[in-house]
Design a protein around this ligand. Structure first.
Ligand SMILES: NC(=O)c1ccc[n+]([C@@H]2O[C@H](COP(=O)([O-])OP(=O)(O)OC[C@H]3O[C@@H](n4cnc5c(N)ncnc54)[C@H](OP(=O)(O)O)[C@@H]3O)[C@@H](O)[C@H]2O)c1
Length: 299
């Protein structure tokens, strides 16, 4: 029997990483990497300490790398741009350089926030213009990956939701906590996204890794472009909460440290056609979440 090739997964303790590790394990010997990663299948590394990243590559000699680690909270990046640059741009540059040296195929996770949100339903050829420090450092990371690791894939995802697996909560978890307590939630009527179903991402990335001809930038959002408020109503429908609890508010009336694009919805049709896989509609993704929550309650 052939041993499975090694795959180094950075950001393994994060929202995406916790679902990618088990989801990629059938084809790959996944080594989970982060500062807090623990266990026999884990390696500790600090993306701000280049020696620890080099040591991890030397120990694992990966055939593939999925780079999910970094600073993923836009407001934190806005108030600490140096941290954002170190963790996003510089770390991605190093990961790309080491992946190229190891001959490892690199899949790098990026974001819809590289766009300014004036157009919406963005495809991969649309010009980028990030509004925030987070968006700019993620764009620098994309450029470093594409130039430093030929053959790599940059996968832009958006407002990812999925089953709670013990990592940080996503926006859906925060809404569900409030709704379950009978508290109203606020959601914007003037901000559009095509939210990515995180529980579909392992299949998407597994298929990308299985196709060496795919390279460059790709989008993977949801099937449709919806406002945050329409998204909240969809969640109420799926979980049986009173839709009146989803209060309509306007992003234009609020100030957050990091500016957000109005319409950052991603058109995923290019990758969908290449993989022969359709991005999930929100109703389907939320129905799956509701079913998983019901079966957890029964246990
Ligand atoms: N979630 C979304 O909605 C979304 C949307 C668009 C793009 N993305 C992109 O997807 C990727 C993953 O996002 P996520 O939501 O899973 O992020 P997350 O939940 O915040 O997780 C971040 C991960 O990075 C690791 N990390 C942070 N600082 C580190 C350091 N100094 N050294 C080593 N590891 C470090 C953390 O692990 P430790 O704390 O254990 O070190 C954690 O595993 C990011 O590139 C993000 O930009 C996410």
């Amino acid at each position: 029997m052939n041993a499975k090739p090694s795959l180094l997964l950075t950001g393994a303790t994060g929202f995406l990483g916790t679902r990618l590790a088990p989801g990629l394990a059938s084809a790959w010997n996944v080594v989970r990497a982060s500062r807090r990663a623990q266990g026999p299948d884990a390696v500790r590394l600090d993306l701000e300490d280049p020696d620890s990243v080099r040591a991890a590559f030397q120990e694992i000699r990966p055939a593939a790398v999925v780079h999910c680690g970094g600073a993923a909270r836009p407001d934190e990046c806005e108030v600490d741009p140096d941290m954002a640059r170190r963790l996003n741009s510089e770390a991605a540059r190093l990961v790309a350089e080491l992946s190229a040296q190891a001959g490892a195929r690199l899949v790098h996770l990026s974001t819809d926030l590289v766009f300014d949100g004036e157009k919406g339903w963005y495809n991969e050829d649309d010009p980028v213009r990030p509004l925030s420090v987070y968006g700019r450092t993620k764009l620098e990371a994309e450029e470093a990956v594409l130039s430093g690791a030929p053959g790599s894939v940059v996968l832009r995802v958006s407002s990812v939701y999925g089953r709670p697996l013990g990592a940080r909560p996503c926006f859906v978890d925060e809404w569900l906590t409030a709704l379950s307590a009978g508290r109203p939630i606020s959601a914007y009527v003037d901000q559009w996204r095509a939210s990515t179903d995180g529980d579909q991402l392992p299949e998407v990335i597994a298929r990308v890794l299985a196709d060496p001809d795919l390279e460059g930038v790709f989008h993977w959002g949801g099937a449709e472009r919806l406002t945050r408020h329409q998204t909240a109503l969809e969640l109420c429908r799926a979980f049986g909460f009173d839709p009146a609890l989803a209060r309509a508010t306007r992003a234009a009336d609020e100030r957050k440290p990091a500016p957000r694009p109005r319409d950052a919805s991603l058109d995923s049709s290019r990758l969908a056609a290449a993989l022969g896989l359709a991005p999930r509609a929100l109703a389907q993704g939320f129905a799956t979440l509701a079913a998983a929550a019901r079966s957890t309650e029964k246990r």
